[in-house]
Design a protein around this ligand. Structure first.
Ligand code: C2E
Ligand code: CA
Ligand code: CA
Length: 506
């Protein structure tokens, strides 16, 4: 049952913390990946842009050269031809310079062009065309720019190498390509008419071409692995640390959440175990809390008291338990024997400044009730937990004693309180811990320990209760050693208070 509730909580905890880890890791890595892609793209675009400007620079003397040739168009070719040759030697990038008459090359630096090459009037003037050469270097790329008015004018051509030789100097992996109208080529200079995939491109603003490339997922992955592995590992570690933090917090919160709900649902119920005097006569009871959870059944205090104490929920829990106990006992108060002891376990937290009033108020309800006339309320404070504030505790003890409430030191012998602490706090009862009672009848080495602890208790001159008495032998021993009260399975296990009432008070 306990395992079931623990498993539910564990499952929820794992779920929340894994979700947190994955969430943070995904957000972190998404940012890193997005940033890497962005900067990778920006870098590629810059390089594409620089190729565009290099090519533009190579073409920049075109206007000037066309202006120089234009006056020659009126001359006879025999004169113009020499002048064209004079001009072309000044500029390395040009392949041919031509004078157009009637849309056909009439005069050229390369005689093969004459009457073989022509221009079409549908192409605008001063615009770059990149095309496949058919005259001077058939099958190879050439560039061409014309300025023709009324079928007469100038045509200049460039060797395609001025375009693709630049690509050779670019990083191999980039795979940059030049595209103009319907054709494209890469650094090999081979013309393609097919369509190509590209996702990054920079177009020339001045001329009709662009440089593009297709960055693949693999390229991005390589980039990320190369530059961001450390960051991603760092994020993974941070995510795990946060996940662990969430795990621990969820553990606390989910158990706390369920416990708070259970207080509201009144799921914490009083069980009672009888306390007998040395003659075996019922002299009181100890209230032991049980959690009767609607999903997981009966849960024992060892499981939830530590968390209730750590979270402070022990305060409302005790208030509720005391109220339930007093209400139930009030219903049978006529049957309750005189001087009957009602033991309630309290925690060191009850003496903290913020909680004292809650404990005193619960006790006040008891002293104001009719139950008070016949019974004694005994608050059991364990020795296992250290007292937080000794002075505060003492002042609350004084208040409680003034109200005629009795105090018992629980689990005596297991803690660190000194005899003077016990004396100063004015306890009324000592409850010897079960671990000592268990030693009775055991080996000769351990037995004196029991004698010692009883002796110590007796020297404090307080009433003694022996806890966890299970056998006749233990009972006989305790009787011969004048222990006043006996509690344990020998008489009864803790049973629901309602059952206890039925058994003893009806
Ligand atoms: P405790 O105050 O020392 O209570 C005695 C414990 O010993 C009880 O365990 C009881 O069932 C068990 N016991 C009694 N006689 C015998 C016996 O003969 N043999 C054996 N083996 N066990 C015996 P339980 O009810 O599980 O409570 C455990 C502890 O939880 C208590 O120890 C007490 O410290 C704490 N606790 C219980 N109820 C409350 C509560 O309402 N408030 C606070 N603060 N603590 C509580
Ligand atoms: Ca107790
Ligand atoms: Ca005990």
């Amino acid at each position: 049952m306990i395992n079931k509730i623990k498993n539910t909580l564990k499952y929820r905890q794992w779920l929340i913390s894994i979700a947190a880890s994955i969430g943070i890791f995904s957000v972190g890595t998404s940012i890193i990946i997005a940033q890497s892609i962005k900067s990778y793209d920006a870098n590629v675009l810059t390089r594409l842009g620089s190729v565009v400007s290099i090519i533009e620079t190579k073409l920049e003397s075109t206007d000037e050269i066309i202006n120089r040739i234009m006056p020659l168009t009126g001359m006879p070719c025999s004169t113009a031809e020499h002048k064209l040759i004079d001009i072309i030697v000044e500029y390395a990038e040009f392949q041919t310079l031509n004078i157009i008459k009637n849309n056909i090359v009439a005069c050229s630096t390369n005689s093969r062009m004459v009457n073989a090459a022509y221009v079409t009037s549908d192409k605008p003037n001063n615009e770059l065309s990149i095309l496949e050469s058919s005259v001077v270097t058939p099958g190879k790329i050439i560039g061409a720019i014309k300025e023709v008015h009324n079928k007469n004018g100038v045509l200049v051509t460039f060797n395609g190498k001025i375009f693709y030789s630049i690509l050779e100097h670019i990083d191999d992996s980039d795979n940059f390509r030049i595209q103009s109208s319907k054709i494209w080529f890469d650094k090999e200079g081979i013309i393609h008419y097919s369509t190509q995939r590209s996702n990054l491109m920079v177009a020339s603003e001045k001329y009709n071409f662009n440089i593009n490339t297709n960055v693949s997922t693999q390229d991005y992955v390589n980039e990320i692995i190369q530059n961001n592995t450390f960051l991603i590992i760092l994020f993974a570690v941070i995510s795990l640390i946060i996940g662990r933090y969430v795990f621990l917090n969820a553990q606390k919160n989910s158990s706390l959440f369920i416990m708070k709900e259970s207080i509201a649902d009144n799921e914490f119920t009083p069980y009672a175990q009888p306390v007998m005097d040395s003659n075996g006569k019922l002299s009181g009871l100890e209230i032991l809390i049980r959690w009767n959870n609607k999903h997981h059944g009966l849960i024992y205090p060892d499981v939830f008291i530590p968390l209730a104490e750590a979270s402070g929920l022990i305060i409302p829990m005790t208030t509720q338990l005391m109220e339930n106990t007093f209400n139930l006992l009030t219903t049978v108060e006529k049957k309750v024997p005189n001087d009957f002891h009602i033991g309630i376990n309290i925690s060191a937290q009850h003496f903290d400044k913020t909680n004292q009033q809650s404990l005193i108020a619960s006790c006040k309800k008891y002293t104001d009730s009719s139950l008070n006339a016949k019974t004694h309320l005994v608050l059991e404070l364990t020795e296992r937990q250290a007292i937080h504030d000794y002075d505060e505790t003492q002042s609350v003890f004084d208040t409680l004693h003034e109200m005629d409430i009795k105090m018992a030191i629980d689990d005596f012998g297991t803690g660190h309180s000194t005899l003077s602490d016990i004396k100063n706090l004015n306890f009324d009862f000592i409850k010897i811990d079960k671990s000592f009672i268990d030693l009775i009848g055991s080996d000769a080495i351990a037995a004196p320990l029991v004698d010692n602890i009883i002796d110590l208790a007796q020297r404090l001159e307080l009433a003694i209760v022996a806890e966890g008495v299970e056998t006749q032998e233990q009972l006989d021993y305790l009787r011969t050693h004048n222990v006043d009260y006996i509690q344990g399975y020998y008489y009864s296990k803790p049973i629901p208070l309602t059952e206890f009432i039925e058994q003893y008070f009806t």
